[in-house]
Design a protein around this ligand. Structure first.
Ligand code: GLP
Length: 236
């Protein structure tokens, strides 16, 4: 676990993921969306513009998507267009297609694509207010693979800020097996609203009740927190 000042969070997140991919030729990197990683993508963009980071080497993979219209402005696809594609040299993100004729088949396509690339080298993750990882909601098994899921209430409440009345009730997500099976797992959390769930994930039992606690099962993992998200931690 590493706790940094809020103003240093983006740079620290970029440094952590760059360190995790060091020495790999074409790292397969699972990428999150949401408010939290915005500063990570901005920091990676600055590094790329300075020539200190070659985004073209990475093979980026979306960790999840809303089960809504493919080109909706609140979709993860739109998020990646705004935040990832703005990084000079960045390759297109491998993504779920929420409008595929067969959404379950689309999840299988993602699972097989990740497997064919040798699995994720790094999974960069956020944490939901209920402890979800990507869209692996509480109750998800550590063995779960990419699949279509029903979103729980807290996830829909968070989504409503952007989606409003059109908030999807489903999501498409990589499973906990693909995410926690990555060679390195970086979980990012910032802001005081995450302090309670961050404490549960790091100091509570490892359990499907808090999927983010499963990050601790990954041999190489880092919870990177800003001081507000780490405020409730009691262990040294
Ligand atoms: C969303 C995503 C997650 C993300 C989480 C936290 O529901 N499916 O992958 O980590 O919410 O988002 P935020 O960083 O906006 O709090």
């Amino acid at each position: 676990m590493r706790v940094v000042a809020p103003g240093d969070f983006g740079e620290a997140a970029a440094a952590a993921v760059v360190e995790m991919v060091a020495g790999l030729d074409a790292p397969v990197v699972g990428l999150p969306t949401g408010n939290t990683p915005g500063v990570l993508y901005a920091a990676l963009r600055r590094l790329a513009e300075l020539g200190a980071f070659d985004a073209g080497l990475w093979r980026p993979v979306a960790i999840d998507e809303y089960g809504g219209p493919r080109h909706h402005p609140c979709s993860n696809r739109a998020y990646f267009e705004q935040h990832w594609d703005a990084i000079p040299g960045a390759r297109p993100v491998l993504q779920f297609d929420p409008e595929a004729d067969d959404p379950d088949g689309d999840c299988l396509r993602m699972a097989e694509a990740v497997e064919a690339m040798g699995g994720l080298d790094v999974a960069v993750l956020g944490i939901g207010m209920n402890g979800h990882l990507a869209f692996n909601e509480p109750g998800s098994s550590l063995d779960s693979k990419a699949r279509r899921v029903l979103l729980h209430g807290p996830s829909m409440t968070s989504a409503r800020a952007c989606w409003g009345e059109e908030t999807p009730s489903r999501g498409l997500t990589l499973g906990l097996r693909e995410l926690t099976g990555a060679r390195a797992v970086l979980l990012l959390a910032s802001g005081g609203s995450k302090a309670a769930i961050v404490q549960a994930a790091i100091e509570g039992p490892v359990s499907s009740a808090v999927p983010a606690s499963f990050v601790r099962t990954a041999p190489n993992h880092l919870y990177l927190l800003d001081s507000a998200a780490g405020a409730n931690l009691t262990l040294g």
